[in-house]
Design a protein around this ligand. Structure first.
Ligand code: ADE
Length: 250
């Protein structure tokens, strides 16, 4: 069972959006497991989990001692964890998952990263708050710093939900129609084509005629061309990658 371990000082943020819809149902059916470790349960200095930065500066940093205790708790059965899975036996007390720390300083993750993570046994996430964390936590425990965009959030919780949702939807059996996962935007560096439903004319705008033709071969080819045009226009960076990967085919 794929598992996400999350270190956070705001455990009540979870499961949040991970508890609803297809992903929430899959969580209840034990098709994946969410393990929340509350950093506040591991105070290091004067009952605090954070401290002032050496050298001055605004805000407080997560103490490496707090993180060490929280991390070690992964290996022992502890009431500090809230495991969102009814089947404790399937829960993995492993520390070997890929580790990511959310920060605007990090590399932006892409669909290929999520596919790789979803094919592994699980993911360990550290959510920062306030000014951040002591750098030695990231260096010693080998966390990769990753961002979800060039903007600043208050903390990593929302970013964690986004990445975990992206990984879990790729697990086999989570999305009923596997075709829709295969048609994802970013699959092969192409964005998804436009889509339409009833009515065939809305505010005087008609659905492209070919979609009503019933000729599936022509429809696929139309949609494929549309995907290419949209990618070229909206994401020239992705289009350049597509052209490079398909040089021989074009
Ligand atoms: N934490 C704060 N800002 C962030 C961002 N842009 N991406 C990921 N984590 C963050």
């Amino acid at each position: 069972m794929w598992q996400a371990n999350i270190f956070t000082s705001f455990p009540d943020a979870f499961p949040g959006s991970l508890g609803v819809s297809l992903i929430g149902k899959a969580l209840k059916r034990n098709e994946w497991c969410l393990n929340i470790v509350d950093l506040k349960k591991f105070p290091a200095h004067n009952d605090r989990i954070d401290s002032y930065p050496y050298g001055g500066g605004v805000g407080m940093l997560l103490s490496p001692l707090t993180f060490e205790m929280a991390f070690n708790s992964l290996n022992s059965s502890s009431e500090n964890e809230r495991i969102f899975s009814e089947n404790e036996q399937k829960f993995k007390r492993t520390q070997k998952f890929k580790r990511i720390y959310f920060s605007p300083r990090g590399r932006q993750l892409n669909q290929k990263d999520l596919a790789d993570i979803s094919q592994s046994a699980g993911l360990t996430v550290l959510c920062g708050r306030y000014e951040g964390v002591d750098q030695r936590i990231l260096d010693y425990y080998k966390f990769e710093e990753v961002s979800i965009g060039d903007f600043v959030l208050l903390g990593g919780e929302v970013a964690a939900m986004a990445i975990i949702e992206g990984c879990v939807r790729l697990l086999p059996g989570i999305v009923g129609d596997q075709q829709s996962v295969q048609n994802d935007s970013f699959q092969e560096n192409l964005l998804e084509h436009d889509q339409y439903t009833k009515p065939s004319v809305f505010k005087n705008i008609a659905v492209p005629e070919i979609l009503l033709s019933g000729n599936h071969q022509k429809i696929r080819s139309f949609q494929n061309d549309l995907s290419k045009m949209i990618t070229m226009k909206k994401r020239p960076d992705l289009w350049a990658k597509y052209v490079q990967d398909n040089m021989k085919l074009i």
